[in-house]
Design a protein around this ligand. Structure first.
Ligand SMILES: [Fe+2]
Length: 193
């Protein structure tokens, strides 16, 4: 667990990060696509409008903390070593601090903080099952699907069918089975392609 001091983000860092346009553009596109999938899931779940707005804000910001992660780690084509993994995991804390600094609702900050939690408790921080906020459980499915269906520095994109198969395979372990089910059965994933 990072100390509060380590997690603090200064305005200076924010300005420096904002000038790294490449990652910014990719990040923006990824967060937009994730947000679209989240919206579809929220509509199927008949989520209250105000909650949906918060969910979509969280989705649009979920990886903002990556702006403070060195680009060579984000772009590394090989598997990350232990030290690099430790660094990349900080993005959830950076994102959390950023959202809090903008005085947004705490549910948005928490959704960002916990978006890499796994349903079985083996995620970044270790919350499990329904301890993980609903917004984070929704973002986790949308995020994984978008990551799998787009090229990454370390691998080519999977087909829609292969990605859906992965979500299915990891339902109940990585993902909340109810959210994964909603996503698969109702064809929520078809919206982006
Ligand atoms: Fe992330």
């Amino acid at each position: 667990m990072e100390s509060t001091k380590e997690r603090m983000i200064s305005l200076k860092h924010l300005i420096a990060a904002a000038s790294t346009t490449n990652i910014q553009e990719e990040l923006k596109q990824h967060q937009m696509r994730v947000s679209k999938i989240c919206e579809k899931i929220a509509r199927v779940l008949k989520m209250h409008y105000d909650s949906m707005v918060e969910l979509l804000m969280a989705a649009q910001l979920h990886d903002i903390g990556k702006l403070w992660i060195p680009q060579q780690i984000l772009d590394k084509p090989e598997k990350l070593d232990e030290k690099e993994m430790k660094i990349i995991k900080r993005h959830v804390f950076y994102g959390y601090e950023y959202v809090k600094s903008k005085k947004m609702n705490s549910s948005i900050a928490e959704a960002v903080l916990y978006h890499h939690e796994r349903f079985d408790g083996k995620g970044y921080i270790g919350l499990k099952s329904k301890e993980i906020p609903l917004f984070s459980r929704i973002i986790a499915v949308a995020d994984a699907f978008d990551a799998m269906t787009n090229d990454r520095p370390y691998r080519k994109a999977l087909s829609l069918e292969e990605a859906v198969e992965e979500i299915k395979k990891n339902s109940g372990t990585q993902f909340d089975p109810e959210i994964a089910d909603t996503f698969i059965k109702l064809g929520v994933y078809k919206i982006n392609k």
